[in-house]
Design a binder for this molecule. Sequence first.
Ligand code: SAM
Length: 276
Amino acid sequence: MELWYTEKQTPHLGITCQVKETLCTKMTAFQELAILDTLQFGKMLVLDGMVQTTVQDEFVYHEMISHVPLVTHPNPEKVLVIGGGDGGTIKQIIKHPEVTRAVLVEIDEEVVNTCREYLPEISGGALEDPRVEVIITDGLEYVKSCREEFDVILVDSTEPVGPAVGLFTGEFYQNISEALKPQGIMVAQTESPFYNGDLIHSVTQRIQKVFPLTRLYLAAVPTYPSGLWSFTLGSKVHDPLKVKAFKELDTRYYSPELHKSSFVLPGFVRELMEEK
Ligand code: SAM
C-alpha cells in the first residue's frame, strides 16, 4: 500500500509526498518529531507536522541564511545560531575560514541527537568541528543573559508556534543587538511572503526599530510553503548590497550574483515592508 504524507501548509492547502519509509517518530519535551524517507525529497525532518528540512533541498536554505551575512561581514569570527539543531547552518558557517567559534543554541536535544543519527548528511559532521559548541537551552534566555559578543547571529527557528514564538519579538531582536559587536549582523528566517505577509510586515518593523539597516531577501525552497522563502537581515554597519570582496565558497545555490539578486524584491514583497 502506498503511504503519503501531507503537510497542511495553510488551512486550505497542503503539500503531499509519497513516503518510502517512516524512519522515526517520537514526542519530545517540546514537539512531535518525525524522520520520513520520501521518494521525491529523500529523508526529511518534520516537527509538529511541518517540514523543516530535506536532504534534497536543504542546501538552499542553509546556504542563504549563512553566506549572505557571513560574506557581508568583513571578518565574521564569532557566530551564534539560535535553533538549527539539524546542523545544516553550522555546516555552511564553518566553510568560512575567518570563523573561530560557532555556537549552536537549540532548545530540543532530541532534534540534535535524532538528526545526528538519521540525517548525518545535513550537518556533514560539522557539529564535531573543534570550533563548534552545541548548547541545549532556550535561545531567548541564552541571548538575554549572554556575556559574549558575536559578529553574526542567525535565527534558524521553527515557525512562530510553541517555543519559537518569542524568537519573532521586538524584545528578542533588542537582546540580539546587545549580544552583537558594534559591526554585527543578524539574519532571521521569516517565512513565506505569500502566506505570512503579516508576520513579515511586523518582523521587518521590529528589526527596523533596533538596527540602522534592515533588508529582506528571498530564496526558492521547494518544500517550504509556497516555495518562496524570506530572510530578514538587520545590520549595525555593513550593507549586504555593498559587499566589496566576495569569497570562493563551495556552494550549490549561493553565488555572488545570487547574493545580489536575492535582494531584488517583487512589488508585493516590498509593500509588506512598508509602514501601514
Ligand atoms: N530550516 C528550518 C525551517 O525554517 O523550517 C528550521 C529548522 S531547525 C530544525 C528549527 C529549530 O528551532 C528546531 O529544532 C527547534 O527545536 C528550534 N527552536 C524552536 N524554538 C527555539 C528556542 N526558543 N530556542 C532554541 N531553539 C529553538
